[in-house]
Design a binder for this molecule. Structure first.
Ligand code: MV4
Length: 506
């Protein structure tokens, strides 16, 4: 076999994404080092790695966010590269910089680019000067109320104040009229100052009920940039994405080309390298640049399903200094993919996390199903980190087939011991507006999804209800799991007959 691209990669993350990255490393013949906190000392991802090093106590600030400790482990274990995954240090330019200083390859863009795009004001300027549509608003930071009010008169209300150092919805404040501006501006600046150490804010027109569409890009160290696919991530709750799909149901080849080429222009303008995502909002036939995420994203899997490209392997190859071998014209979107984030949380209790021990676990499978996960029977979901159990992805020749596969996969999925959002996903997959592809960032509220979740729970309640008291009896467990899996046709028939009678009465 040829020389591996790197000798050893430290994966500075945990859970399913750590495993995802290590899988790519294995396929490329690269050794891996995991870091684990006190809460993760028996976690699957730490076992999966060739080596694992303790990084610190359970709180992230003392473990997965401890830059110096992680760099020290990378050096002492002889790693020549670090993959940051998503979240944690993935968009921290100081971490990338420390790796650069130590001669360790950071698998991501340069620290310079991460820092530049970390500023939403800078990003907006880059987009504007690259001829990419931006939402009407200010070019520079605004700190003066008089000036803010002037901007409000120009762009109209509602307006939106955004922290330059924010992103992902953090540090935003809607302003409905002139008299709200003073208080809103001062409080957003104060908030940004204490949260990010940077109080600069800018103002945009607030686009109501937009759709969230993003473009995956790949870039090498030689200035080659391609757009890989679009994804729609409109179904989210408080900026937590719950369902994503590729392509967007509204995408056309012409729109994809325009948005894709805009994303590539932005990337070229900053000298971007590695994988990234250019985020847009879409409303009334128009798209507007929002920000660039300088990391691999949670939902990268659906892009992999519709393009056949292994994004993590591509990240590793370009980071090792290879030129991109995929050409724009080689990329074809084939079929449709949907991701449901399966979380240990209670949709009927304001999505409160439900950490704890998974007593029985059986994930879905079969044609078109991909499950990325770091859990198993007996695994305890820690309250210290996010409550994701897995990413359940369904692929089909078209959107209808992807939805049908997702529905049956949700019925096959068995998680006993913690409350999950599986009923929430069933409710969405059955929703007529979802079936039609009518999505928006207010989808959950607008479609009464929480009430529908209650309906799903009542309808689908199976013998599993008696499980808590009978978990030690394997026969009861087996009966409950098979009952859950086999309840699909009866329940779907009920859904269909309801839809039919609704149509009949119209
Ligand atoms: C907006 C917007 C409406 N108008 N900007 C939220 C995440 C961050 N990237 C920017 N976000 C938004 N920016 C203007 N001028 C609405 C949102 C927004 C949103 C965007 C994408 C996905 C979900 C969202 C939920 C609420 C608000």
């Amino acid at each position: 076999m040829a020389e591996p691209l790197f000798q050893k990669v430290l994966v500075a993350n945990r859970g399913e994404i750590a495993i995802r990255v290590m899988r790519a490393c294995r396929e490329l013949g690269i050794k891996t080092v995991a870091i684990y906190s006190d809460a993760d000392n028996k976690a699957l991802f730490a076992m999966y790695a060739d080596e694992a090093a303790h990084v610190g106590p359970a709180p992230s600030s003392q473990s997965y966010l401890n830059i110096e400790k992680i760099v020290e482990i990378a050096k002492s274990t002889g790693c020549d590269a670090v993959h940051p995954g998503y979240g944690f240090l993935s968009e921290n330019y100081r971490f990338a910089q420390r790796c650069e200083e130590e001669g360790i390859t950071f698998i991501g863009p340069s620290s310079y680019v991460i820092e530049k795009l970390g500023s939403k004001i800078e990003s907006r300027k880059i987009a504007k000067s690259s001829d990419i549509p931006t939402v009407p608003g200010t070019v520079d930071a605004v700190s003066d109320v008089e000036e803010a009010i002037e901007v409000g008169r120009r762009i109209g209300y509602p307006a939106l104040i955004k922290a330059s150092a924010g992103g992902g919805g953090i540090g935003m404040r809607v302003v409905n009229s002139e008299d709200e501006f003073k208080e809103a501006l001062e409080s957003t600046m104060r908030m940004a100052g204490s949260a990010f150490g940077d109080s600069s804010v800018f103002i945009e027109k607030y686009v109501l009920n937009p759709r969230h569409i993003e473009i995956q890009i790949l870039a090498d160290n030689f200035g080659n940039v391609i757009y890989v696919s679009d994804r729609e991530c409109s179904i989210q709750r408080r900026h937590q994405k719950l369902i994503e799909e590729a392509p967007s149901p509204i995408m056309t080849p012409e729109l994809r080309k325009r948005m894709g080429e805009a994303a590539v222009r932005a990337a070229k303008a900053v000298g971007y390298s590695n994988a990234g995502t250019v985020e847009f909002i879409y409303s009334d036939g128009q798209f507007y640049f929002l920000e660039v995420n300088t990391r691999l994203q949670v939902e990268h899997c659906i892009t992999e399903l519709v393009t056949g490209i292994d994004l993590v392997k591509e990240q590793i190859k370009v980071a090792a200094g290879l030129p991109l071998t995929i050409k724009q014209e080689d990329i074809a979107i084939r079929g449709h993919a949907i991701e449901c984030r399966i979380n240990a949380e209670d949709p009927l209790n304001d999505f409160a996390p439900s950490p704890g021990k998974i007593r029985r676990y059986r994930s879905s499978g079969g044609p078109g199903i991909r499950v990325d996960s770091g859990v198993h029977t007996g695994y305890t979901i820690s309250p210290f980190y996010d409550s994701m159990i897995s990413k359940l992805c369904a692929y089909g020749a078209d959107r209808d087939e992807a939805v049908a596969r997702m529905k049956r996969a949700l019925y096959e999925y068995v998680v006993i011991g913690v409350t999950t959002n599986i009923p929430f996903h069933k409710a969405i997959m059955e929703n007529e507006e979802f079936e039609k592809g009518n999505l928006s960032t207010k989808f959950i509220e607008d479609n009464n999804i929480i009430a529908a979740v209650k309906g799903v729970l009542e309808r689908d309640s199976v013998k599993g209800a008696t499980l808590a008291s009978a978990l030690d009896n394997d026969e009861i467990v087996v009966a409950a799991i098979t009952a859950a899996v086999s309840s699909y046709m009866a329940n779907i028939a009920e859904v269909d007959s309801k839809k039919q009678s609704k149509k009949g009465s119209k």
